[in-house]
Every structure is written in structure tokens, then in C-alpha cells.
Design a protein around this ligand. Sequence first.
Ligand code: SF4
Length: 725
Amino acid sequence: GTSGTAGTSGTDTHCPYCALQCAMTLTPDPATGRTAVTPRAFPTNRGGLCQKGWTSAALLDSDERLTTPLVRKGGTLRPAGWDEALDLVAGRLAALRAERGPDSAAVFGSGGLTNEKAYALGKFARIALGTSQIDYNGRFCMSSAAAAGNRAFGLDRGLPFPVTDLDGSEAVALVGANPAETMPPLMGHFDPARLIVVDPRRTATAEAAEDGGGLHLAPAPGTDLALALGLLHIALADGHLDTPARTAYRAERTSGWTEVRRRVARWWPERVERLTGVAVADLRRAAATLAGARRAHILTGRGAEQHSKGTDTVSAWINLALALGLPGTPGSGYGCLTGQGNGQGGREHGQKADQLPGYRRLDDPAARAHVAAVWGVDPDTLPGPGRSAWELLDALGTPGGPAALLVMGSNPAVSAPRSRRVLDRLRALDLLVVADFVRSETAELADVVLPVAQWAEESGTMTSLEGRVLRRRRALSPPPGVRTDLEVLRSLAVRLGRRPEEFPADPEAVLSELRRASAGGPADYAGVDPEHLDAGDPVYWPVPSASAPASASAPASASAPARPGGAECVPGARGTPRLFLERFAHPDGRARFLPVEHRDGDELPDAEHPLYATTGRLLQHYQSGAQTRRVPELLDVAPEMYVEVHPDTARGAGLRDGDPARVVSRRGTVLARTRYVDSMRPDTVFLPFHFPGDGAANGLTNPALDPVSGMPEFKLCAARLEPVR
Ligand code: SF4
């Protein structure tokens, strides 16, 4: 299965779901119409796939597949021709623009889109619609880690080192990450005995750590920041930071330590224990494990990041990493485990409210001039930064807010916080257009639904959690009647008065333009050569145009002298497998300690809502579940909404194991089946967020935003449990 071409032989590609981008081969069987999935050896998954990957071809021939545009007539979505649907959309967008100005239309993108689509969508918004109102679901994913990475290092790449660096790590802190369920093959890179899992729940990852001799710290929801302050305090007080190497690292490679050191003095262990509930002995063991390792990593996930203080929380963990001398040291580091398939590339190419391609800032005059020149437009015509995702959704259909929305690759009706408010806002729009391949909950509300191709039916590039640019190959033809997202954008742009050549439908042409638009930017893709991708070369951004491969025979040892970019750590690599080896990306080359303080969540339990409610993911489902809820094998295992609760807490609310329960927050009520879990904190309940309707966990969640990243507080709200009578 190495042909790399469409046809009956196998086509090498990658999983459609998460950012691990496990490698697989797809083999269509013309006799049955089915496509077989075979895992493929690759550094991230090493021949493994999770249940989602194994079953990923099920949707290609699903009965629920959309193959004709739908237009709402008389309150009902009815089949329509492509020209009718596109003419209607473009006509109404043009009329709205003439009547209310360009910001009357908005665009909502996705971290699941290929780099080419993310790029084209941003360009479409800025020059075909002329709107500033574009953001994407990645704002709800890793935006806090991105913001913290940018302010500490001057650059954000989820893992600034290859995944395989984790293999030799002697201590890995996983903070609010549950890869045993979200990206299981990643667990193969960890020695459980060396894991420190920070999570209020005893997740599958925490269990693996504890069973293997590692450590599970279970802080109260919303106290991860204080936990990091406590660990830094202990590392300092116990003399772990006084080694010559760490002292020299802080002096030569960082700034801001003095202030952070001064502030952290107040976070003595007993105070941290009282706030977090984590015993001082466990704090000491975790600090000593991290500090005693010759190679160590601190990795954050959504549990740390999806808070109204998510950016500061990540900064606190980065401070700890910097104090220990980890970032930019071969074989060690800080990283964020990006979630969505193209969560990394999706945030680099211009579908974010404040960004232009190449991870350039939209408010930077030089960036505007560069990108405008590539697009052939006057930089002064480019709109400025728009609203972040929640602010955008919350403004829909309001006076002064957008009256039309184009959604591509996302299902905010389920995945956005305070979902009942979002449903109301979507219903209040003059025009809702959804491009999708199934009737997602958002598509059900649309005025126009455009049926688009799926991952295996089109080509493009994805950028995985380690910053590696990958080829997504077309393995089979889309069903008749279906178009690609790029074709949709081109058709709409032309109807809105742009020239066809400005919006190529060929992904190769888009990549070529993306390379020019990103050239010289922080996420420089100029040297991403299709031939290298086709050959399977490891290509890590930034990859300036003249990027030569490293010698395949070069030693991959962590102790080998580091070249800029550390290409020797991945044989044959191009670009920059390891960032920050010689300097960080701030102008002075130094990483910045940021003084941050614990603060409470936006809302805390009280008499009326005495529990913390937190949300998360299951092994069987991906994001809003629009795809995985349509895969029978996955739905069989995880068919319905439930709430994990400590038996004592449940009994106190009059609930037996398996009883239907009402979970009530200040924003709404969710119906869920009670699931007794002995290891739950008695003050906390957990709800998976993949289910819609009355069981949508986001009916409860609090859209209090992080002031830096715009991240809503998905991981913490106050709630109570009631029996269903
Ligand atoms: Fe791999 Fe993620 Fe796909 Fe599972 S969902 S097979 S971990 S890429």
C-alpha cells in the first residue's frame, strides 16, 4: 500500500481525526464499495490506531452522507441544485453587504480543515467578503496554550520538538491531558512509571500512570495554576534549581526570573494543599521527580487550558519548565498536545480573528503589506481583527452583529459553550450556510447546506501536533453531487465579484500560494515542497525555502551537538524539528518568565449549585461527535450522555447508579445517566461533551472568557444533581 494514487490499490494517508495524525493506508474495494483501513508504521503511531482511526472509513459510504445541496423552503430543508444554492447564498451575502456593510457576514472555520482550506477560508473572508468577522473552533481548543507559548517563547508550535523526543524522557508531566483516550498511540511514547498526571479525574491516563508506578495528582477543578506555583516553590526551596546548568540556563536564555521567584515564595506547599487538595507529600514527590530527571517534559492539554485563566495557567507551567531549564534543551521541553487534526496548521494560515497566513499578526503593517502583495490587493482594504469565537457566536443576529454566517468544518451548535444561547443566535441569523458532509446539528438549523467531500476524497496538507507537515492523499472519488470546500469557496468568491484565479480549487495551487504568503513569517512554509511531502520526508515548520535534509546517518542522540533546528534528531528531516535550540523567538533571543497568580474560576460552587462540573472527551468520540456518533461501532460502545459522579454524592442527590439525572447549572439543564465512579472527587461531576440536544454538556458550560486568548471556561462551572421525576 504505497502507491499514493487513487485507484484500487492502497493509498497512504493519515487519520481524519486528531492531531497525532496516525498514518494509515486506505484500500477501496470496488466490489463492496467499502474502504479498508490499515495502520501504517509512522513515528507518531508506530503502526497503531485507536478505535476512531480503525473505523474512520465508515462515514465514506454512510447512508447519512449528503450528496445534494439543501435549501430551506417553507421551514424545511429541501434538495436543490448547486447553482440555485450558490446563487442564493452569494445573492443574499451581496445584498447584506450593500445594506449593512461587510461585517454583516461572518465566517466560522475549523482546526479540522487542511492548511489549504484554512488559508482559502481566511482569504475568502478578508477579500471576497471583506469582513473582519472570522474565527474558528480552534479558539475553543488550544488558544490559551498558543497565547502562553507566544508570550513566553515568541512563537507557538504545539510540540516544539518531535514526538519521538518523548521516548527517552525520564519525567513527563501531563497537565489536563488524557491521551489514553484522546490519542491512545501517543501513550506508547511514555514510560508510565515516569508519568505525573495532573487531572481532577482518575482518567485512563491517570490510571495507567498509577498502575505503572507513576503519579496522579487530582487538584480541584480550576486550581492547576496554583499547583504549578506550588511545584515551583518546592523546586526552589528544596534547592533543585541551584545546579550550575539551571543557573546558567536562566541567566543566559531567559528574562523575568527575579520577579517570578519573588512571587512564588508565597506559594508554600501547605497553602497549595489547602487550595488544590493535593497532599504536600505528593507535591514534593512530583517536584523531585521533575527536577531529578536528566530529560523531562511538561505537556499541557485542554484541562489546563480551557479556563478563564487558561493562558496564565499555561504560563505557570511554562515558568516551571523554564526554571528547570527544559525548553530549547535537546531531549527536554514544554509542549501543548494540540487536539484537532489540523489544530496546528489551522491556527497558522489566517482563519483566526487576529491573524494572517504564516502565523502573522493582522495588526502588523509589514504582515499586511506582505500578504496583500501575494493576494494582489491594497493592504488598506484588508479588514482589521474581528471578534473571537464566542464573542462572534454571541453577536450573531444581534443589532450590530453579523446577520449571515458561513460555517465550514465545524458544529458549534454542540461544541460551543452555553449551547442554548448559541442555538438561539444561530436561529436569529438572516442567513446560515453550512458546508458539511452530514446533517450536523448546526446544519439542521441552516438556510443552505452545501454537501462537501471528506478527507479521503480530496488531497491537501495537514500539520500535526509536532509541527510536521503531512500529505493527505485522495484515496477515492467523492460521490456524485459532492464538491470540495475549495470549489465551494471559489464558486462563491466568483459570484461575489472576485476573479477565478484568486481562488484556485486545486489544492496544489493553493499550497503554492500559501508558501509565498507564509514566507518569512513565524510559521514559514516557503520550503514545503510537494515532492518532499510525496516522498514522505519529515518536514517541520519553519521550513524556509532553501531547506536541505539532514544526513540520514547523523546520530539521533540527545547528547549530540545541536545544529539550529536539530534536524539530526529526525533522519532526513527538513525544516526545524526542534525549535529554540540556540535562541527563542523574541527579539532578544530569550524566553520570558511571566509572573502569574492563581485566581478563582468565574463561578464557584455555592448552596444552590454545590458541585464543580467539568467536561471532556471519550475514546470513542471526536469533538462534537457529528462524525463518530454516525459510526455504529463507536456508538454501540458510547451511545449516550452520562454523568460521572462519586457514589456518595449521587446517593446524597437521590440517584442510584444508572438512574437518569438532571444536571443543572446557571445556564441550563442537561439530562444524563448517572454513572457511579469511586475515584471521582466527591465535589466534582464529569460530563463528556460529544452529545447533542438535551444531553449536550455545553448546555451547562460557562462562556466566561480568558482575557488573553478568548478561551471560554469549558472545564469549570457550578452545578447540582437532581433525579428525573
Ligand atoms: Fe490516531 Fe488520533 Fe486517529 Fe486515533 S483519532 S487513530 S489517535 S490520529
